[in-house]
Ligand binder design. Structure first.
Ligand SMILES: Nc1nc2c(ncn2[C@@H]2O[C@H](COP(=O)(O)OP(=O)(O)O)[C@@H](O)[C@H]2O)c(=O)[nH]1
Ligand SMILES: [Mg+2]
Length: 195
């Protein structure tokens, strides 16, 4: 699949601002700074569709982007940023939870983790939430340009074990810097859109 068209639609604060047209949605979630904005920009071949690293952890909005006039990318707020207050963390949880509740058109949640680190408690909670709400998740290991092949292989094993993935669950790998893994991720997206 090639993404030829992408446009920002809305930063939603409350669910009645979400698009109402029932197009399929693919959501992206992960810790702040994991490379989520960069990954989306890489997928859509644009440098600035999504803002890269403004104030991490400050966006409590659900951002919708219309892709090829056919489906939406949904950029969920990043979590795990150390310097936010407890109340801000709770408001983050509410924003994500509200989006994940009964969103029938949501076909896949891409859960991004930095390939250099063992997934955190927050990552595991996020993964369990996605499963709890009966959505499909794909783990995407980001910033793979930062590791040598052998290190990457080792870390992917740790990531796999931490999420307790079954053998048929694949981890995708990605580098926005080196444009690695783009085709594979787009293929996975295409598959769930056509299903
Ligand atoms: N080396 C490397 N750095 C990256 C990559 N993707 C993002 N970054 C950097 O990581 C930081 C956070 O990226 P951003 O996309 O804003 O992350 P977000 O907070 O998850 O949206 C920025 O300094 C990016 O330049 C990547 O694939 N490789
Ligand atoms: Mg971002």
């Amino acid at each position: 699949m090639e993404i030829k068209q992408s446009e920002f639609v809305i930063s939603a604060v409350v669910p009645n601002q979400y698009p109402q047209d029932n197009r399929v949605e693919i959501a992206f979630v992960g810790r702040s700074n994991v490379g989520k904005s960069s990954l989306i920009n890489t997928l859509v071949n644009r440098r600035k569709l999504v803002k890269v690293s403004g104030t991490p952890g400050k966006t409590r909005l659900v951002n919708f982007f219309l892709i090829n006039n056919e489906f939406y990318f949904v950029d969920l707020p990043g979590y795990g940023y150390a310097k936010v207050s407890k109340s801000e963390k709770e408001s983050w949880g509410k924003v994500i939870e509200r989006y994940l509740t009964g969103r029938e058109q949501l076909k896949k949640v891409m859960l991004l983790v930095d390939c250099r680190h063992k997934p955190t408690e927050d990552d595991i909670i996020m993964y369990k939430w996605i499963k709890h709400y009966n959505y499909d998740a794909i783990i995407v290991a980001t910033k793979i340009d930062k590791l040598k092949k052998a290190e990457l292989r080792k870390n992917l094993k740790v990531i796999r074990e931490t999420f307790e993935l079954s053998d048929d669950e694949e981890i995708l790998t990605f580098s926005s810097l080196k444009k690695l893994g783009k085709e594979e991720l787009l293929d996975a997206i295409e598959q769930c859109i056509n299903n």
